[in-house]
Design a protein around this ligand. Structure first.
Ligand code: WTA
Length: 653
């Protein structure tokens, strides 16, 4: 597999060559690559193109351009094409809201493809009337209601780039993201319903927009969801319904270049500032459309429920773009999985005859703890396939999912991928792969993943190494918004082809392949923690902590957690005149929730006289991780500078 990656021009020409012909022509070294590219070429043909591309890929690592010369509008693949078929009257979205106090016990809405199209083109008209043009950025800070999907697609209709910010993020986090992307319009709601409470989204938007750094925002559109009073700023804020009533629909979609940024999605990395991951239109849509079809074994009669919020990449790819590109019926649920009763999930599946469920290991482990009887009380015979995403699934949870939820009859697809990869990269294929519990099995067709040593040589079976992608793939991220150098530094400098020196994409994950070639992803090897499937940079949490006036220094590490996968432990040193108290611990936890969002709240804050550092002044996180996990340090401490720092922390237990 170490064949040299051919230059782009040859690629482009040969992509159309049938793999057998290639072999017959003696292009042995290129055989794999040609097959891979022929695969993507065929996958892209399933999209609706305005202008067909002339070159499959132009690959100048780390820069890739896919489907060069092609133009398209993503909504024509996701909506328009279905209007010419019987799917026009098929349900595109079936939405259920969390029951609200005083509201109906079951608040539901169904939108057919025609109805979804009508709403999208109308809202595109709203955005246009508010001054949004092709290339502008629009921020969405929404509950999981149909309007969130409508707004995303309406942006795409105009060639505007959406930046969805998860509704659990704080005003500060929202402000930074709006500022970084320079968003012109924010779409939000008066509130969202979660665990019987109202999440005050509009108030948070107001707080974010009070900061002069968000001066780029000209208009705010507000969906009425909860009906409680919110302040509307004259000249800036408009109600969704009022604007829709006056809008002129944009029936003619704006065709954009295949490389045009469809969206920006912020994700955590190893430094304090979240990265705006930029995804293209043509390549991204090809990746999600194809992977949805193959991994979830798409059937027209399916009701597909991906329980992720649209604020995360899973929601972008497998609530919106992947399923809709295939004309699937998507189920959306607004609320929390165990509210108002612990059997809420199973009740939803039974009532809606969900056939494919895609959720996260943390949810599965939560349900497992609540007990089998909640599941068994419901008829789940409509399920035919189960999916898992976001973190490694432990074999025990896998078996429970398989036996109790799936009744022993539904295959499980454990899908490995990332915000950066855009679409699923490794997964069993239902009906084709015999899955091993806890393994995402094999890279999908068209994808070339490898587990390598730091020098780039492939690991032996069962040897743990670093997970890389050695070849480009269409839905790969294109850059970090506004910081191309960071894109290069974060992903493309650590590992390279030992023969040619060509840079490889480093995932940040550790993994191993077993003797049968099955892939086992162990988890992050960088300073990123995965709490309940939410990615957080430890530096991000540390930055939030040091903003507190009492804090001198903070170091944050992950520790294993039975339900959440990982929990957060913060080691904090205080300024000279400060006293460590329980009240201060709570204050610091609240500080993180306020700066980032409550999902980032540390599980534990531990006081330290000093943090363990190497002689060059770097915090030794490995030691802190050991401390947080085992309560003591056993590893090598030879480069540690101030040993007393460790001694003090250890004696705490
Ligand atoms: C982890 C979510 C093991 C991994 C789609 C990755 C997984 C990070 C799996 C990306 C899986 C995701 N098995 N680990 N099936 N899926 N991960 O960007 O560490 O929120 O790097 O994308 O989640 O998280 P992100």
């Amino acid at each position: 597999m170490n064949d040299r990656f051919p230059p782009p021009a040859r690629f482009a020409q040969r992509a159309r060559v049938n793999a057998d012909t290639a072999e017959a022509l003696g292009l042995h070294g290129l055989h794999d690559d040609i097959r891979r590219l022929a695969y993507w070429s065929e996958a892209a043909d399933a999209l609706v193109w305005r202008t067909r591309w002339h070159t499959l890929v132009d690959w100048q690592p780390p820069r890739s351009k896919w489907f060069v010369g092609g133009t398209l509008n993503a909504t024509e693949t996701c909506l328009d094409q279905h209007l010419h078929t019987w799917r026009r009257n098929k349900a595109a979205l079936i939405w259920e809201g969390e029951p609200m106090q005083g509201g109906r016990p079951q608040d539901t809405r169904t939108l057919t493809y025609q109805q979804l199209f009508d709403e999208v083109v109308r809202f595109a008209g709203v955005l246009r009337s508010l001054g949004v043009q092709t290339g502008d950025r629009v921020c969405l800070y929404m509950p999981l209601v149909p309007e969130a999907v409508i707004a995303m697609l309406a942006c795409a209709r105009l060639g505007a780039t959406h930046s969805v910010v998860f509704g659990g993020f704080s005003a500060e986090a929202l402000r930074d993201r709006i500022h970084d992307a320079g968003c012109k319009v924010v779409v939000t709601a008066d509130g969202g319903a979660r665990k019987g409470q109202v999440v005050h989204l509009k108030d948070t938007v107001d707080a974010a927009l009070a900061d002069p750094r968000t001066g780029c925002v000209q208009k705010v559109v507000v969906v009425r969801r909860t009906g409680h009073a919110v302040a509307m700023t004259a000249g800036r804020d408009v109600w969704w319904d009022d604007a829709m009533a006056q809008a002129r629909p944009v029936t003619e979609a704006v065709a954009v270049d295949a490389e045009h940024p469809l969206f920006i999605l912020y994700t955590s990395g190893t430094t304090g500032k979240p990265k705006g991951v930029v995804h293209s239109t043509g390549g991204y849509l090809t990746g999600v459309a194809r992977s949805y079809r193959f991994v979830f074994d798409h059937k027209d009669e399916d009701i597909f429920w991906c329980s992720a919020d649209v604020g995360w990449v899973t929601g972008h790819s497998y609530v919106v773009y992947g399923p809709l590109a295939n004309g699937a019926t998507v189920f959306l649920y607004e609320g929390a999985p165990v509210y108002p009763a612990p059997d809420r999930f199973w009740d939803i599946i039974e009532r809606n005859r969900i056939s494919v469920l895609y959720t996260a290991p943390t949810a599965i482990r939560t349900f497992m703890r609540l007990g089998d009887h909640h599941v068994r009380a419901h008829d789940l015979s409509s399920l035919r396939l189960l999916g898992s995403v976001g973190e490694p699934i432990n074999p025990e949870a896998w078996r429970w999912y398989h036996d109790v939820v799936g009744g022993g009859r539904c295959p499980i697809v454990d899908t490995w991928w990332q915000t950066e990869t855009g679409s699923i990269m490794a997964s069993p294929l239902p009906g084709l792969t015999t899955a091993k519990p806890g393994s995402c099995m094999h890279p999908l067709p068209g994808v070339d993943l490898a587990v390598v040593r730091p020098d780039g040589h492939e690991c032996a079976p069962d040897e743990q190494g670093l997970l890389v992608s050695r070849r480009p793939w269409p839905s790969m991220m294109r850059t970090v918004w506004g910081d191309d150098e960071r894109f290069r530094q974060t992903y493309w400098v650590q590992l390279k082809d030992p023969v040619t020196g060509a840079p490889w994409y480093f995932t940040g994950d550790g993994a191993r392949r077993d003797k049968d070639g099955a892939l086992w992803v162990i988890g992050r090897v960088d300073d990123v923690v995965n709490v309940s499937g939410h990615r957080l940079g430890t530096a991000e949490v540390e930055s939030a902590l040091v903003l507190h006036k009492a804090v001198a220094e903070a170091a944050v590490v992950g520790r294993p957690d039975d339900v959440k996968g990982q929990g957060i432990v913060a080691f904090v040193t205080l300024k000279a005149n400060q006293t460590p108290t329980e009240a201060l611990k709570k204050e610091l936890m609240a500080q993180v929730a306020a700066e980032i969002g409550s999902f980032a709240r540390p599980d534990d804050v531990r006081w330290a006289n000093a943090l363990p550092k190497t002689r060059s002044g770097k915090i030794m996180r490995r030691l802190l991780r050991e401390l947080a996990t085992k309560g003591r340090v056993e590893g090598d401490m030879t480069s540690l500078e101030d040993f007393s720092a460790i001694a003090a922390l250890q004696s705490e237990d």
